[in-house]
Design a protein around this ligand. Structure first.
Ligand code: ADP
Length: 655
């Protein structure tokens, strides 16, 4: 029994010993390690959370440097005995760019080292732990460790790009010669390296995106600028086309006043290029000068009158442009040795453009455009002016033609006036002696002053007829000269019916003498006309006399009056020789006499000219219808008199 009790007691004792052995030797250290692991894990978790909370994407290299700095500070806070150095790869060497905490010697930033270990570490992308004691004593790493008093360090590569880390954090700690070779900072260092790599990658992407954005923005701005310029070019082009159109319209339009036309064009030019003075200088061959034309813009008249430049004055930019046919531009004409400054100063001109004006390859002048502002004209505007100058050439040619024509017209008018005065004077002077001659010839022919021999009577009859012809001519000339001058018509409401009947009656005897039958007919309701009875009677007489005069024996002459709407038409028709087509337009000209009958039939060639003038002064129209060999029809139309008193035919009014 005792033995059994002893055995049991021993067994319990042994079990107790085993329990305590297991508890002290195995379980307690394991528990301690587990708690330590938990603590360090909690520390690491807190550290990494804090790091994560401060992650932001840097916008520049400086920002990235700041982040690295922040991580170093935090790491140092977690491991207060540590110190750190940061290297950057630069042209095959490692340059010291940052450090934290004290070293044996003060590190010198920007010093570079040849560190093969770092090269390998950067290309492997894995942290490398180095103990001073285990370094072989020949490398530069060893020298580095020695100079900074480093006993143990971990090279952590970061800022990966293109399979290579560009920077290395050399973490230095005092735990040299740890038995198992482990180090607690490892997860921290790996975490930091991973973070810095990720941040760098994102930052790289952001920078690339920013760069791309900038580039796109630049390109967009360039496109916008281009569009802007194209828009302005379009607007300017449209404006120029409009100006050109205005100029061409002025040139080809109905503007008869050339000065006004030029002025309008120069105004358009001034408006287009925003100029203060625009003038046109025409080459005057007689004076051998460039002379300013009428219609300048921005030059007072009295200045304009004095404005001309001799063509031998080669100092003048206008003369040179005129002679060499090339445009000229100056940003500041008052201080330009190429320009004679007096005109520029006179009108305070700074910017100046001059373009030659050429017509059919011949330079006929220049166009000068000035502005009071400096350097305000462009090459485009100079080209635009050259186009305008081509149009101006046409108008300048018109000016010269116009001047020639108006000088000739003035001369002609003068001559015409002289001729009228001469005719009028001569006719009056001739009429008086002719009346006397005719009077005395009639008296002698009548035998009142004694008997005449047959021959004397014949001779005197010839004198009498000649006197009649002369009297006729003179009275025609006088009529014509009156009609050309300011003849006073005595308008009244008259009956054409009466006029036709009276004229026909007056001509009846003449017709009978020539064996011609003369008759008349008028519409029953032929309305009255508003006319000068003496002049219209003369027209009817002229037409009847011609019909009788030019028709042969046995012919028929009919005068009729009819109404055609608003006009009354008088027609004198004969069965005489007619008028060939080529003469029909000429018979109403002064002094024109038909080719075939001029020598056989007496006449002055003035009857139809007078008739035309009279009818037209009544606002009417005269014309003829004839075919050679089959008679002639002379017609004239007069506006019917309105019932209202004082209503005067349009053309007759105001005469
Ligand atoms: P004149 O009769 O004095 O020559 P007019 O001016 O009256 O001058 O006529 C001009 C010309 O018109 C005449 O010379 C004649 O050739 C032509 N002429 C005019 N009337 C007739 C007519 N009825 N028949 C043929 N020719 C005519």
């Amino acid at each position: 029994m005792d033995q059994i009790v002893f055995s049991l007691t021993l067994t319990v004792f042994c079990a107790f010993l085993v329990y305590w052995y297991i508890r002290f030797a195995l379980i307690l250290p394991l528990e301690g390690r587990t708690r330590e692991t938990e603590r360090s894990f909690a520390r690491f978790t807190a550290f990494s959370r804090e790091m994560m909370d401060h992650v932001y994407v840097p916008e520049s290299a400086e920002h990235y440097g700041d982040i690295v700095n922040y991580y170093m500070v935090k790491l140092h806070k977690a491991f207060p005995d540590s110190s750190m150095l940061v290297f950057e790869s630069s042209e095959g060497r490692w340059k010291l760019i940052n450090y934290l905490k004290n070293f044996k010697a003060e590190p010198k930033l920007m010093t570079s080292y040849q560190l093969d270990v770092f090269d390998k570490c950067a290309s492997d992308g894995e942290p490398v732990r180095m103990e001073r004691a285990s370094l072989d004593g020949s490398s530069e790493v060893e020298a580095l460790f020695d100079s900074f008093g480093i006993v143990s360090g971990v090279a952590v590569p970061f800022m990966q790009g293109g399979g290579q880390a560009r920077r290395i954090l050399l973490y230095c700690d005092p735990c040299a010669g740890r038995r198992d070779g482990s180090y607690p900072e490892e997860p921290y260092l790996r975490f930091i390296a991973a973070q810095l790599n990720a941040i760098h990658k994102t930052s790289d992407k952001l920078v690339a995106a920013r760069k791309e954005q900038e580039q796109l923005r630049g390109e967009l701005n360039a496109v916008l600028r281009e569009l802007d310029m194209a828009g302005s070019r379009l607007i300017r082009g449209a404006k120029e086309r409009k100006a050109l159109y205005e100029v061409v319209t002025k040139v080809t339009g109905e503007e008869t006043d050339v000065a006004k036309g030029t002025s309008a064009i120069l105004n358009v030019v001034a408006k287009m290029v925003d100029a203060d003075v625009v003038s046109c200088l025409r080459f005057d061959e007689g004076r051998n000068e460039l002379v300013v034309t009428p219609g300048s813009f921005g030059i007072p008249d009295e200045e304009r009158m004095r404005y001309s430049i001799p063509v031998d004055n080669l100092a003048s930019a206008s003369v040179r442009s005129f002679l060499n046919g090339k445009p000229f531009m100056s940003p500041d004409a008052q201080n330009d040795p190429e320009v004679q400054p007096q005109h520029a100063k006179l009108w305070s001109i700074r910017s100046l453009m001059i373009v030659p004006i050429a017509l059919h390859n011949r330079t006929i002048g220049v166009l000068r455009v000035g502005s009071r502002r400096k350097d305000c004209f462009t090459q485009d505007q100079l080209e635009f002016l050259s186009i305008i100058a081509d149009e101006l050439a046409i108008i300048m040619e018109m000016i010269s033609l116009y001047e020639n024509v108006s000088a000739t017209a003035k001369e002609l008018a003068q001559l015409n006036k002289l001729k009228d005065e001469f005719l009028s004077t001569v006719s009056h002077e001739l009429k008086t002696p002719l009346t006397t001659i005719k009077g005395f010839v009639s008296v002698i022919l009548s035998g009142e002053v004694g008997p005449l021999s047959e021959q004397q009577a014949n001779f005197l009859s010839v004198v009498d007829q000649a006197t009649n012809r002369l009297t006729n001519l003179i009275s025609n000339l006088l009529d014509l000269s009156r009609l050309n001058g300011k003849v006073e018509m005595e308008f009244a409401v008259i009956s054409l019916k009466d006029l036709i009947r009276d004229s026909a009656a007056a001509m009846l005897l003449k017709a009978k003498e020539k064996g011609i039958s003369l008759s008349f007919s008028t519409d029953e309701d032929l309305p009255p006309v508003f006319a000068d009875v003496r002049w219209i009677s003369q027209v009817i007489d002229n037409l009847l006399i011609n019909a009788i005069k030019y028709s042969g024996r046995g012919a028929r002459v009919v005068i009729s009056g009819s109404t055609k709407g608003e006009v009354a038409v008088v027609c004198v028709e004969d069965t005489g020789p007619g008028i060939p087509p080529e003469e029909q337009k000429l018979v109403f000209d002064k002094f024109y006499r038909g080719k075939t009958n001029a020598s056989q039939v007496p006449g002055t060639g003035l009857g139809l000219a007078i008739s035309k003038s009279v009818v037209e002064k009544h606002g009417g129209k005269i014309w003829l219808e004839s075919r050679a060999g089959s008679g002639s029809r002379f017609l004239f139309a007069l506006p019917v008199a309105k019932q209202k008193r004082g209503a005067v035919p349009a053309d007759a009014a105001g005469r």
